[in-house]
Design a protein around this ligand. Sequence first.
Ligand code: SF4
Length: 642
Amino acid sequence: MTRHPKLFEPGLIGTLKLKNRIVMPPISTNLAGKDGTVTDELIFHYAERARGGVGLITVENVCVDYPLSRHGAAQPRIDDDAFIPGLRRLADAVHEAGALIAVELTHPGMNAELRFTEGHTPVAPSAVPRSKDGLLPRALSREEVMKVVGKYVEAARRAKTAGFDAVELQACHGLLINQFLSPLTNKRQDEYGGSRENRLRFLLEILDGIRLYLGEFPVMVRLVAEDVLEGGLTLEDGQWFARRLEEAGADAIHPDFGLGGKEKRLEPMPYPQGWRVYLAEGIKKAISIPVIAVGVIREPPLAEEILEAGKADFVALGRALIADPEWPSKALAGEEKSIRKCIGCNECVVARHVEDAPLRCTLNPAVGQGRDFARIDRAEVRKRVLVIGGGPAGMEAAQVAARRGHQVTLYEKENRLGGALNIASIPPGKEKLNWVTEYYSHELPRLGVELHLGEMVDAEMVRAWRPDAVIVATGSEPAIPDIPGVARPNVIVAQTLLAQKMQFADKRIAIIGGGMLGLETAEYLAAQGNAVTVLKRYTTVSRLIEPLYRDYLLRKLKEEGVEFVTEVEVEEITDGGVVVLDRQGARKLIPADWVVMARGARASDRLAREIENFHPVVIGDAVEPRKIIDAIHEGFVVAKAI
Ligand code: SF4
């Protein structure tokens, strides 16, 4: 008997019978071939998720009209019959692995990137400059609109021929169908513009066309529930469209945001779980066909609660299934503590949207790497493996080594696992980082890893232990620059301040350092009601901070009244504050009751040097302080090689 009966109840979408209420929404992977063909990596990616127990997988962002609807560096295509054999291999693999499969038919319209459209000007319902960069798209003629309708219908036919179980029409996120629906982007004077009914016509013609040519083939609509841009569609518009789509024979509505607001659909870490579910709830009130809820659903009890409360009929798990494809099967088996819960760090978003690179995940090193890399084989010889350091690198290395059958012992000098995560999780909105430590704290003992917490390791101990392999993951320590006055009693190191959760009230606090550590410490202190000033060498904000989170954080700091003094060098710390020198050579005192040193960290590698004779493998911040993804991925790779 499962703890989540609603979640694992079979459900219907049109004629399609799902084994449970879990749907994977489309998430682009950049794992198709550059020519749009299906690759082994793409098949493996989706088959892994199917094996993990999801009911229905919706394949990402598929191009219906090349090159004008190209919307990604390595995006699957369905605009020609030549792509059917590859798509059939994908559908067969997902079916064999136990899930149903749909395809998301996508046209970005005005939001197509010029680097993908082979220089063609993006098309749109109307020549309205797009909000992100002012580029003016070309308005589709009436005849062209009808041709694009035909492209969707043809794409649906190919999906059915290839063995897909359904299609999902992409009609949100500011893409082409959304552009037709919204009065902000649709200024047409013909039958495709003006009234709501006219703005819906393009989408209805696609739906009607699919019905006419493919009969009962299930069609879901990823519908804009409301635009984020001011003056755009409201939830009432979304409800109205949903009602009309139900009348026209749509089989399910999967509501989400429309024009604008990328941050609201690729939420950075601070957004709470399930905050976007109100969109599904609102749409569900208007219709009786199934509604799919999406947005930061990370824990089975929340998914169950959404279904139980009747807010939606299905839940969509996107990043949750990237981080852990076995989320559904673990939830079904009551092994929730073994779920690697997505923390919303958006490393996956940076890969796909910023770098045009294959999908990757901080917590799951196997993502985007193909079958061989993902496989964790049993070791031929069982070795005694000593892992020194219980931060993310050490915990992942210990986990993988144990899975391979090695005898693993992990030493951590603090009384708990987590390392740098224990500090990084303190600023506001960073609590999800605790999930990482909770996961390993549950998994390592279960896998037989011997944990020694609160114990320092020295060279003598390593010598006495005589391990077959030593992994040094001793992390980092605060970098303290040699600034006059740095040892004064009014100076605190940011990491210490956070680790001890220090509280201040109504103080003037100057923070030296405007990287992620400095900015997050500023938010932590400002939230306590202090007057915070951040002193920075440069005006720009670190590119190492994920862009959506960076914008979010800077907005919060502004709201909290945090001041920035940029392009200054710190000369001295005094009892009264910080003396800085600006680019013009002018000196001034930034008055402060407390000074916080937030100049990052440096590798804690002393032990590694002392035990060189044992040929230790050094990983994570002990090599060089970097991101969590670097630590976890190094732990994975190193342990696979022992
Ligand atoms: Fe979640 Fe981060 Fe993995 Fe993306 S990279 S799926 S946000 S844990």
